[in-house]
Design a protein around this ligand. Structure first.
Ligand SMILES: [Zn+2]
Length: 399
């Protein structure tokens, strides 16, 4: 498998968008000018502040590095450093003079097992492989010129998906999902000794509770979460569990589309909901959800009480009125589908479709007439129609 396959689709898409953003371009040009005047001297700085771990000093760590390099088909030579710190941390910076530097805090090297270190090192190498350092997120967010709120949101959203890509690379190197989860538990809790007994099932349960804490499907995450660049550790383990169950990890796993949607849903715990966001994309998604749910509800035996209730769960109470011109809404549906298709990413389209299916299922399994409308919408959105059947037949219980 080519490593690029490990990359999250949203990471790839937002990365491309951001590289073309005028503000990001301006900052990158400034950095390039700075580098042209003599490089930023990362290595010099590292040699002054950290200890370089030679092969003689840390043979195990070098063996781990060799394993990761082979697994990822990485050519560039690595230099490994350790710096004194009680918090578990590791980092990787833009290569200099054809060498890549990875640094570890002293505590992470002492507290993490070999497969856990493989995960951490693979994670850092993932950032390098997917050119994440080409987006100068720190400079843009903390620079003198404040970014627009939209750019700030895109950057932080991208950053979370970039972490997903890096985590997958780490898991691909570790080849041990239990060890990966244990590493994330150590990172989140700060515990590493015998104080707590790790339970993957209980750790995952915390994420399910985070999902349940959202009272309504339309509720977005609290605003401050939108600007977190790293997903909270329990929230990182769930996408990895999905990754572990996918074709990227095993031949008989779930499809990449299913994986991407699952990740998107989890990440949306930290995103402004499309029902509340005031952007053109959100508006287009909302308009399609509105018209689509009416067309579906009307497709079989008119619009019933349960359908009105499900509809209002998304759009607010009294959003449904008997004065709505169902015929007109029905005929405008195609245009709304086109709008969404033109403005959104595939996971976003899948999200609207998923929401429509939730509404359609509110009064039991949707009859054929309703399913036909869903298939029509899926077709218009360019989403596989298998997805509709999968979602119709999927249990709504959280697993
Ligand atoms: Zn990272």
């Amino acid at each position: 498998m080519h490593v690029e396959a490990l990359r999250s689709g949203q990471d790839r898409e937002l990365h491309r968008q951001l590289l073309n953003d005028p503000d990001v371009k301006r900052v990158n040009e400034e950095i390039a000018r700075h580098e042209a005047r003599g490089n930023l001297g990362v290595r010099r700085q590292l040699l002054n502040t950290s200890v370089r771990l030679s092969e003689t000093m840390a043979p195990d760590l070098h063996r781990t590095a060799a394993e990761c390099r082979e697994r990822l088909a990485l050519d560039i030579p690595l230099e490994l450093y350790v710096f004194p710190s009680p918090s578990f941390n590791a980092a990787c910076v833009k290569p200099e003079a054809g060498r890549l530097f990875i640094m570890f805090s002293s505590s992470i090297l002492e507290a993490f097992s070999a497969p856990e270190i493989r995960f951490v090192m693979g994670h850092e190498l993932g950032h390098h492989l997917f050119h994440h350092h080409d987006i100068p997120i720190g400079f843009v967010l903390r620079g003198q010129q404040r970014p627009t709120p939209k750019l700030a949101l895109t950057l932080t959203s991208w950053s979370r998906y970039a972490e997903i890509s890096a985590d997958r690379t780490g898991a691909y190197c570790a080849r041990d999902i239990e060890a990966v989860a244990h590493a994330l538990f150590k990172l989140a809790s700060g515990l590493s000794g015998g104080y707590a007994k790790f339970s993957l099932a209980d750790f995952l349960k915390q994420v399910d509770e985070m999902q349940l804490e959202r009272a309504d499907p339309g509720d977005g995450a609290p605003t401050e979460d939108w600007f977190l660049t790293h997903p909270f550790s329990p929230l990182r383990v769930k996408p990895l569990a999905l990754f572990d169950q996918s074709v990227l990890s095993k031949n008989t796993g779930t499809s990449v589309d299913q994986l991407e949607l699952g990740v998107h849903e989890l990440m949306s715990l930290m995103e402004p909901s499309h029902l509340e966001a005031r952007t053109n994309v959100a508006e287009a998604m909302r308009r399609l959800l509105f018209a689509g749910s009416i067309a579906i509800a009307d497709a079989y035996s008119g619009i019933e009480a349960a359908e009105v209730a499900a509809f209002e769960k998304f759009f607010g109470s009294r959003a449904f009125s008997s004065r709505l011109d169902v015929e007109k809404i029905r005929s405008g549906l195609a245009e709304r589908i086109t709008q969404v298709r033109e403005q959104t990413s595939v996971p976003q389209r899948m999200q609207v479709l998923r929401d429509l299916i939730v509404i359609a299922r509110s009064d039991g399994s949707p009859p054929d007439a309703e399913r036909k409308v869903l298939i029509e919408i899926a077709h218009g959105l360019g989403v596989s129609t298998c997805f509709v059947d999968q979602m119709i037949n999927t249990s709504t219980e959280l697993d």
